[in-house]
Design a protein around this ligand. Structure first.
Ligand code: FMN
Length: 317
């Protein structure tokens, strides 16, 4: 397995956890690191909110020794505010890197000209990356979606490289596609062949075989994994083991999945992050791959407090 180097940051592998709002909080990132993600990203946080000193937004960057290396992802469109919030978070949490979101397709984000809406303004992307790479003393990465045309996508990727980013992640879907349709590996492969900074491929990497196919086809330097890691941090161990040995590890049984779930709760408690809504979502996610749990998942859906979730999950053992 190859190792990624992003600017001055040397990773021990090339599998990366994608930033995911409402998912990649510190406890979930810690579990992914435990199972072999070489780098993890925070949920996106708004530069405007950080500049306003919103505690909730600032604390998305909260980290601890065990999770490093980690990156904080920022979403915004005003270069000065992105730079100010990046510098603030760099000083406060000392993340290993900062990432800028040029890919989010959510209405609430694009209506403010942020996320994937910025792909329509390559000049502004260049301004943002230049200002941030000049302001930070840690590596800077950017995460983009593709545009309708390859040339347009390549132009944006080249601007990002020339403006000083240390690596780029390409999610092979357009803004319009959202999460439907297929991730376009040809665009990702084409971008990788033209850039000199490391390129991470993203989109539809779900298991050992898709990982190997994407790496071999695109020749990318790393793989960023999103949805497949939700409620399934063990995916990183399965994929890294396969890429190293060519062998497929057996899937987790119910006891092992529950052990991860209870570890998640322990970590949430340790870091004061245990909330009913988050636990309910995670109980659904962790039970997704189990057999004969249709009834259990319906019961989880009806819960109104943490104790009821704990009772249901304990009964699964
Ligand atoms: C629930 C959810 C939240 C997401 N939040 C973010 C985010 O905060 N920042 C970001 O750049 N991408 C976000 N994404 C996109 C993922 O990082 C990733 O690009 C996308 O899911 C495709 O990868 P996958 O096929 O491995 O899931 C999110 C995706 C999901 C499903």
């Amino acid at each position: 397995m190859n190792s990624l180097t992003i600017g001055k940051l040397k990773l021990d592998g090339n599998l990366v956890l994608a930033p995911m709002s409402g998912v990649t909080n510190l406890p979930s990132r810690l579990l992914c690191r435990k199972y072999g993600a070489s780098l993890v990203y925070s949920e996106m946080t708004s530069s405007e909110a950080v500049v306003r000193q919103s505690l909730k937004s600032i604390e998305r960057g909260f980290t601890c020794k065990d999770e490093r290396p980690m990156g904080i992802q920022l979403m915004g469109s005003i270069p000065n505010n992105l730079a100010a919030s990046a510098i603030f978070l760099q000083e406060k949490y000392r993340p290993e890197l900062i990432d800028i979101n040029f890919g989010c397709p959510a209405q609430g984000v694009i209506k403010n000209g942020c996320g994937s809406e910025l792909l329509k303004k390559p000049g502004l992307i260049g301004e943002i990356i230049t200002m941030l790479s000049d302001s930070l003393d840690i590596p800077l990465t950017a995460k983009i979606r593709i545009s309708d045309s390859f040339d347009e996508t390549l132009k944006i990727a080249e601007i990002i490289e020339k403006s000083g980013a240390d690596a780029i992640t390409v999610h092979g879907r357009t803004q319009k596609q959202g999460y439907s349709g297929k991730s376009n590996l040809d665009f990702i492969k084409g971008i990788k062949s033209e850039l000199t900074i490391p390129v991470m491929a993203n989109g539809d990497i779900f298991d050992e075989i898709t990982s190997q196919n994407v790496l071999e086809y695109t020749r990318c330097d790393g793989l960023m994994i999103g949805r497949a890691a939700i409620g399934n941090p063990f995916i990183f161990k399965k994929i890294s083991y396969f890429l190293r040995t060519g062998e497929i590890l057996p899937s987790r049984n119910t006891e092992e999945i529950l052990a991860d779930f209870f570890d998640y709760i322990k970590l949430c408690r340790n870091y004061g992050m245990l909330t009913f809504n988050d636990l309910k979502r995670n109980a659904q996610w962790f039970t997704k791959g189990m057999e004969n749990v249709k009834q259990v998942r319906m019961e989880i859906n009806k819960t109104h407090d943490i104790d009821s979730i704990m009772t249901i999950m304990n009964e699964l053992i």
